[in-house]
Design a protein around this ligand. Sequence first.
Ligand SMILES: Cc1cc2nc3c(=O)[nH]c(=O)nc-3n(C[C@H](O)[C@H](O)[C@H](O)COP(=O)(O)OP(=O)(O)OC[C@H]3O[C@@H](n4cnc5c(N)ncnc54)[C@H](O)[C@@H]3O)c2cc1C
Length: 395
Amino acid sequence: MDLRLTPDELAFRDELREWLSKNVPGDWPQRKYDPLETRFDYLREWQRQLFDAGWAGIAWPREYGGRGASTMLQVIFWEEMARAGAPPLANVLGLGIIGPTIIAFGTDDQRQRFLRKILSAEEIWCQGFSEPEAGSDLAALRSEAKLDGSDWVVNGHKVWNSYGWAADWCELVVRTDSAAPKHKGLTVLLVDMKGPGVEVRPLKQITGETEFCELFFRDVRVPVVNTVGKVNDGWNVALGTLMHERGTFGAGLQVTYRQNLERLIALAHSTERNGKPAAQDPVIRQKLAQTFAEVEIMRLNQMRAFSRINQTGVPGPEGSIQKIFWSELNQRMQQLAQELLGPYGQLEGPDGFAVDQGAWSYGYLRARGNTIEAGTSEIQRNIIGHFVLGLPRSY
Ligand SMILES: Cc1cc2nc3c(=O)[nH]c(=O)nc-3n(C[C@H](O)[C@H](O)[C@H](O)COP(=O)(O)OP(=O)(O)OC[C@H]3O[C@@H](n4cnc5c(N)ncnc54)[C@H](O)[C@@H]3O)c2cc1C
């Protein structure tokens, strides 16, 4: 792909750069350590501000509130956000994976109904895929939906649903034909999380936060018009969502990683090793240089993924390479921070001893989940082996 920017792309970049220079909230460096719920409200407001100014959903169709621009402009958007030190956006799953699924597989009515409110963060989304007995083997899921007039009646139990506590809507995968082979009898529904019969139970993570939840559905009525794609073809729709989660989701993460790298470099200057700033230690310098190169590789891989979507309209299985890369890179960065900090790295909270208000302790613990969420590293390697390299199935 040609990495040089065209005059139109340069004009877009300059306009965005100027807008960000005036609008990125100055208190974000302090507010990013707020408790989850408060931080979430802050990010929701920030997303709303971007939407109002026309910067949300750069590559989404204009008629649904997007900018109708190329995926290259979407990449430039994330790069400029990183450059400006801007906060990430609140509706992570809606923007990154569920909106794109509705664009690709939904009806016009569904696009009209849902997309604009995803962009404005007026409605927050969660993803209801995993179950206690169906994680890596998602097609083994048992939550079911039965037709009753013009509604589906849903019963089941989902788990590990990020932002379930904040969600207004859920992309839910259910079994609609129990007699069919397990990949064939699934359907994807858009479920109102505030409707009767939906129960959300927050789950505490190793970080102490309750970012994800368990969801219980008891005789929940979902209008048939909220079916995405064809009935019993939910496996293909769910795969579409997962390919976005693995292939293009990292575009937003790039912002956080670039900022974390800068914090890491600052940390190496402010901590000591053998009586000198750690930044002068040759081993630490090598590790920082390696991290710099890897963050850049992540950015370029992201461009490649977007470039493929530009050509084909959908992300491919090679998105699993991205998923492994960003998840393991974050763990390496967090590990390096712990090496620099020594025992201080374990301190939490905004007291005088916790470095960066405990953000490194939090980051290290949160990174453990990176190689599990969106499919574990083992599963990504199986996908790469089979679908990208053409090797025989491992199971
Ligand atoms: C932070 C976080 C956020 C999440 N958010 C969501 C969400 O929003 N929505 C949602 O639906 N889910 C979410 N998940 C769930 C996630 O998708 C699952 O945890 C993941 O798919 C693994 O499933 P499992 O936990 O059931 O583990 P299992 O599938 O039971 O796997 C256990 C171990 O066995 C290995 N394994 C399993 N099968 C194979 C195989 N065939 N070959 C080799 N190794 C194998 C796995 O790699 C893993 O190490 C989240 C998880 C985390 C940690």
